[in-house]
Ligand binder design. Structure first.
Ligand code: ADE
Length: 229
């Protein structure tokens, strides 16, 4: 690895990451800010994309193609589906899918378009490092499927659809689009989330309440992983 990209979707998701670094150089590009830092000789670019799949794809592609990053880590929050995941708990994606991608009208499965695939796998090497770090630090981390869509899910009906259709453990709004970009550009990537809500009728309230603390849980773990790269 020569240059590392670290992404979040919201400012609150990268603030706790940036707080670890001094001497931050800010570069503006394509209506966004990219924060360049150096950690023990490793060049890192940090950015938050803004919410949703389109902004996340733009940011991931920019970090790779313009800034020359060759590994990408994502840190942020998610809605929990797996009942084992409580607010604040950590999940790393072994694979991701787009729960709102729907051309079932033409006989295709949910989450599929021709030329793509329903599930995209994350880097096994990065997950192995992350699991070792979790073990060493006594952190409970679940490895599972993350479903992504351009919707803030706040109903048991939609949550159940996503659970039944994709057997997903958590859901959010960026991960799978980052996965598509990294997979296409052959860049190893890792998606980490901490639970901020359980995507049901209380989700909006819980998200506001727990965004910052869960984002910090995710960021603190991510920094421990960076130290091992
Ligand atoms: N990120 C965190 N909670 C979420 C939810 N309920 N829906 C979509 N993205 C989320």
């Amino acid at each position: 690895m020569t240059k590392l990209a670290i992404m979040g979707a919201m400012e609150e998701e990268i603030e706790p990451l940036l707080s670890y670094f001094e001497n931050v150089n800010t570069v503006e590009f394509a209506n966004n800010k990219y924060y360049e830092v150096n950690y023990d000789g490793l060049e890192i670019v940090i950015a938050y994309s803004k919410i949703g799949k389109v902004f996340a794809s733009l940011t991931a592609a920019t970090m790779i193609e313009k800034f020359g990053c060759d590994t990408l880590l994502f840190s942020g929050v998610a809605g929990g589906i797996n009942p084992e995941l409580k607010i604040g708990d950590l999940i790393i994606a072994d694979k991701l899918c787009q729960h709102d991608l729907d051309i079932t009208a033409f006989g295709h499965p949910n989450g599929y378009v021709p030329g793509g695939k329903v599930f995209i796998q994350t880097s096994e090497e990065l997950r192995t490092i992350a699991k070792k770090v979790a073990l060493e630090n006594n952190l409970k981390v679940i490895e599972g499927t993350i479903a992504t869509g351009d919707q803030f899910v706040h109903s048991t009906e939609r949550k159940e659809f996503i659970q039944k259709t994709f057997d997903a453990d958590a859901l959010e709004m960026e991960g799978a689009s980052v996965a598509v970009v990294c997979d296409a550009l052959n860049i190893p990537y890792f998606i980490l989330r901490a639970i901020s809500d359980t995507a049901d009728m209380d989700a909006g309230f819980d998200f506001d309440e727990f965004l910052k603390s869960s984002a910090k849980n995710s960021a603190d773990y991510l920094i421990k992983i960076v130290k091992e790269l």
